[in-house]
Write a protein that binds this ligand. Sequence first.
Ligand code: HEM
Length: 459
Amino acid sequence: MKLPPKPKDPNWLFNLKFQTDPFGQMDYIYKHYGDIVTIMSDSQPIIYISNPQGIKQLFSNTKEITSPGILNESFAMGTGEQGVLQLDGLRHKHRRKLLMTSFQSARTKAFGQRICEITDKVMSQQSIKKPFIAYEIIEEIALRIGIEIVIGLSEGERYDEIKYLFSSLMKYEQSPIISLLLQLPFVKQDLGKWSPQRHLLNLYQRIFQLLYSEVYERRKKPDSSYSDTLSTLIFAPDETGKALSDEEVRDLLLSPIFAAQHASAAAITWSLYWIHYLPEVRDKLIEELNILGESPDPMSIATLPYLNNVCNEALRIYPTQLFTFPRLVESPIEVMGYELDPGTILIGNIYSTHQRSDIYPEPKQFKPERFDEKQYSSFEFLPFGGGARNCIGATFALFEMKLVLATILSRYQLELVNKQPERPKFGGLISYPASGVKMAIHGQRKRKEELPAVVSSLL
Ligand code: HEM
């Protein structure tokens, strides 16, 4: 089998370049090797595709190209062995449907209101003029929303501990020293009480225990007033008509919480950055929001066209998940002129597809209006992947992005503390703004009811 072109750098150098400048390295590879390339992972060749025709095959030729859970094994520590990422076949389809139902049903006016309240609550804790790291604040908002929608908890001891543990995990995994240490194979082993791996295992173990207790107790005292993912899973039969086990329910809860916390937070922070980096974008957005008047209905916010374009453009220029999950060639297939044998691993390169200048003229420019000028196919614009493993939280994530951004913009005047362009950083699966984006509140946009009566009557 003839493989697509392979970069000449040895693996270690390739990895180093990718870790230090993932986006620059991908631009270089696209420019020099084209839109179907082979990258070695140890001795395993992996083919990355950034061509819409090739991506179409990846998502649509489901007989020849499958998406087995075993290929996502490296995420199993964090998502549980029976999490949706680890499943395939009928069971995968069935569990996806359950999770999607609960996320779709959260796109309501009532939950939209909760998203706005949570955003307001966290933002109101920031002091005027005191710089803060936007990613940390948005991560707190996204995590609160994630826990509420997935487990139905918004307060109490267990809620506080779960939130604390997920936050600690994120800080730990994103610590530059820890990620450097975890590159060394021996550090990845459990070396005893003080080792990074043991600390990580302990955090996961405690999260697993707490979620398990919640599942167990909720099942013992069923309460139909809950409408969260956990309740959906408890009452749902599996594909054979039997109830899901407590362990399975627990595992299925993990990836939605992580995704809500990490991917949504990164996407919202990138949007905030672009909105404040480009004053003309911010002004146009505020003008659009003002049309809705005070206390706008969340469902109206979700349909604002310019806000929609801004979110799409933020997800295009720096997609928070750079790649799809891996797919496997099951039976011989030709992809972009290459005859691929069974066993070949393929990945959709979301970032490089979004950077093609034949699809997106001036791809390095943040231009929300490009989404008005052209309709992109789902193989050209794919921030949420596609096919059998497309993101189950896609529509909810966009809904959440819009409401969080609209709440912040209509309540606060923010500014970037550093005016230099923000660099992206790759964190295993998700790409984040490298500095976290330092911002400060320099004023509040007052609501009519908060202004003195005389001012309010003039408006
Ligand atoms: C802006 C935010 C988000 C982005 C950019 C994003 C992006 C993605 C992408 C690119 C994939 C891989 C698709 C593929 O391989 O074809 C994915 C899968 C997934 N996402 Fe998201 N996601 C986001 C938010 C969420 C949220 C809020 C949830 C919560 C439910 C979620 C849950 C998942 C799950 C469970 C999968 C794996 C699906 C499977 O294995 O079948 N994501 N996401």
